[in-house]
Each structure stands twice: as C-alpha cells, then as structure tokens.
Design a protein around this ligand. Sequence first.
Ligand code: MN
Length: 247
Amino acid sequence: MKILISNDDGYLAPGLIALADALAPIADIVVVAPDSNRSGSSNSLTLDRPLSVYQASNGFYFINGTPSDCVHIALTGIMECKPDLIVSGINQGQNMGDDTLYSGTVAAATEGHLFGIPAIAFSQVDKGWSEVAAAARVARDIVERQFDALSRNFLLNVNIPNLPYEQIKPAVATRLGKRHQSEAVIKAQDPHGRDIYWIGPCGAQKDAGEGTDFHATALGHVSITPLQIDLTHNVQLQTLKQVLHDR
Ligand code: MN
C-alpha cells in the first residue's frame, strides 16, 4: 500500500511525525507538507507565485504553500504513481462541526478526494500534542480497516480524544455538529497607532447532541464522520425550480 501523508501544521509538527512513524511499518509512505503552519487555510491554492519543493534530512518533502498545494503538487508533480490512500494530520486541535470548512487538515484530504483517491483527515481533540503517539496508533488502526464497504474514494474526518491508547473508546460513526457564530474580532493597535484585528476564537458548540462528533469525543470515543463536497442544497433546489419554472 502506498500512502501520501500531509498536514496543515507544517512538516516539523509532532503530529505529522507521529503519523508517519505509525504508518511506515505498514505502507510505503511519502510525506509532502507545508513549510510552516498553515492552519485555517481551507482549500486554498497558491496561484500568484511559483512554489518550490524541498526535502528534509528525514525524507519529508516540504513546500512553501498550502496543504492543498502540497497534495496537488505531490499527485501531479512528485509521485510517479497515484497513492492508494491520502492521510492528513494529525492536527493539533479538533476539526469538528463547522471547523471542517476552515481546516487545512481536512482540505489536504479533500484535495486527494477530488483526485479520486480515498482520504482520511486526523485531528486530536485538544491542542498541545498530549498522547500524540496514542492518536497515531488509532490512526494506524483506522487505516488498516480499509473500509471496503464505503465508496472507493471516501473522505473521512476523524477526531481522536487526547487519552492513553487503552482509555480511548471505540470509533463511532458521527455527523458534524454545529457551532454558534464565531466570537468577534479582537481589535488592538500596532506600535504606530494603527488599528489591527485578530480573528477571534470559534464559537461555542450549538448542536453537540447525540450522534455528533462533539458528543462522541466528549464521551472518549474516536469520531469518524464521512464527508462529501457537493454543496448543492437539494431541498432548496426543488423550491427554486418551482419559483423559476412554475409560473
Ligand atoms: Mn492545524
């Protein structure tokens, strides 16, 4: 099995190294990751400047671009044959509910999915890298399950509680929860007296009920949400068709 690994925290991130270490014994791995932390970059591609590929002493490739750039370049410019699977992470911090829209971790997996390759995004619920080796063991367990019953290019979003391996509860299938609107920007002044703004933290959980990713991980389970990229609102599509055509 050939696996392409990327992330959004950058090629030096402990979560990426733990994931590569966990998967190397069971697969032929290639790591292509951003040169710096690109968390929150979503699915952006760099179109206004050229990109460069470098290789670190541990064999990891790194690129001065976004997670989507990395997977795009890996698939179309670096790898001689397509990987069987793309994994992203392990991210420092949860990607649940609406986070998935902003996440570079999920975006790296999505880029592979858009190329027709099955992909899995992994995140630890809490920041700080505690129990990251346990999370990497969980990631390997999930990769080894293969999910043959799912569609051939599935896109899975996995969140793992920061617990010792023995205390992590079994994986459960979940839907994305929802958050309240994000907190307001934080306004300050730079040393020259000009207004500057920091994007504030994400909002509190709104839909964190049973069946959601928030709920499962709060109980200590690994959460696995199958994602799709078609944004079409099918109910409103029918309504819009009536509005536009039934006169
Ligand atoms: Mn990140």
